[in-house]
Design a protein around this ligand. Sequence first.
Ligand SMILES: [Zn+2]
Length: 191
Amino acid sequence: MAGLGFPEGELDGVEIDRSTDHARVPDEFQRLWAPHRMTYIVEGQDPDPTACPFCRGPELPDEHSLIVARGTYAFVVMNLYPYNSGHLLVCPYRHIATYDEADDEEILEIGHLTQTAMRVLGAQAHVEGFNIGMNQGRVAGAGIAGHLHQHIVPRWALDSNFFPIIAKTKAIPVLMGDLREWIADHWPDAD
Ligand SMILES: [Zn+2]
């Protein structure tokens, strides 16, 4: 997998299991922009459907799990199957399925992380709008129904590629890793 931008094998002493490394919410929508599809064309989709990527991700280094920011009760991660570039997911660390199972700390931090994501993307990537929401249950479209996750999908009027500095200078398959780094670099430090 050399050249795809994701390290594999062992990283910082952590064993890397490629099949469960990335947060992903498969869906049937047509994507507006999805060059990262190369990643799973090469690797195959979800070889282990029983593994929970949102439980696995925080165990890995951020640059491998594509985590953007970590809070105390919740974290922010790139969606490996984005609807649009910069599509983020906010998840509690706890493996809970629905929003009504979240406790007060989780609700508050999911809210704060969502606000921060909007500010970072809005200020730095000139996002013009957002789709934000949670699909609750597989019948409602949740790809990973067992672990709560809130989608943050940035929108632009034309939904054209943004991050032009990256997009113009990097090969397409490394974009996910570079987008993660870009967002993480612009994420404000916790007080
Ligand atoms: Zn989980």
